[in-house]
Design a protein around this ligand. Structure first.
Ligand code: SF4
Length: 239
């Protein structure tokens, strides 16, 4: 039987050797800022969701101002992030629900364990396990590894887990996650997924995980290097 924590450690070391230790802002962002940024980032690229987030920050002094903004108006402001109707509805709903609780913040989850905090956050419309776990990792420095499409694909190909959906992958992967490595593991896997282990035609010949990867359809034909600008949205919030 596989020693999953040891395998995660090994993969983490190989990724660090290839890509380095990912940069991280010294100051953690506000969890509510991070949650809104992550809602905006769903199904779009980091550059466009960052612009949408900045549009909101430039226009409103406080998130409470969104309470009186029409949803259609909000949709216009965040249009660049795509799915504007859906995302504006999720943000309006979130702000409205938090207002009913009292102060507009996510302070109520700071004393909860990881699992309970995620259970609380996914009660809000438009907030799934990936979005909730991003808040824990990037704004609360919890040792959880969010699973987006890149992390789901790569950890399943490598053979760390064997799951059909990102949410199932999240729960398997985080069952016994080794201490202190979630941020570098998560961030470097996204980079691996974007640059090397692409959905089709992965560049296995250039992959640092080649020797331990269990994927059956490896592509070992050398490929030309493409240059891709690395911008990680969730490490840029609050800077
Ligand atoms: S060896 Fe190939 S399939 Fe395996 S992780 Fe690397 S790029 Fe992906």
């Amino acid at each position: 039987m596989k020693n999953r924590p040891a395998l995660i450690q090994k993969v983490n070391q190989l990724l660090i050797k290839k890509f380095g230790i990912p940069m991280r802002s010294k100051k953690l962002p506000d969890p509510l800022d991070l949650l809104i940024a992550t809602i905006l980032s769903q199904n779009t690229n980091d550059n466009n969701s960052y612009k949408a987030f900045q549009n909101l920050k430039d226009r409103y002094k406080s998130w409470i101002d969104l309470n009186s903004v029409k949803r259609t108006e909000l949709a216009k402001i965040i249009r660049i992030a795509g799915l504007a109707n859906q995302k504006s509805a999720a943000i309006k709903n979130l702000i409205g629900e938090l207002r009913k609780r009292g102060p507009l913040s996510l302070d109520f989850i700071t004393g909860l364990d990881d699992h309970s905090a995620i259970e609380q956050l996914i009660n809000y419309k438009g907030v799934g396990v990936k979005t909730a776990s991003c808040v824990l990792l990037f704004a609360m420095n919890r040792n959880v590894c969010p699973v987006d499409t890149h992390v789901h694909r790569t950890v399943n190909r490598v053979g760390i887990v064997s799951e059909k959906t990102p949410d199932k992958t999240y729960y398997s992967l985080n069952e016994k996650f080794p201490d202190g490595v979630a941020h570098s593991f998560h961030t470097n896997l996204i980079r691996l997924g974007r640059e090397i282990c692409k959905p089709s035609n992965p560049n296995c010949a250039a992959c640092p995980l080649l020797k331990l990867c269990e994927y059956k359809d490896k592509n070992l034909t050398p490929q030309l290097k493409g240059k891709e600008k690395v911008f990680m949205l969730l490490d840029s919030i609050g800077k």
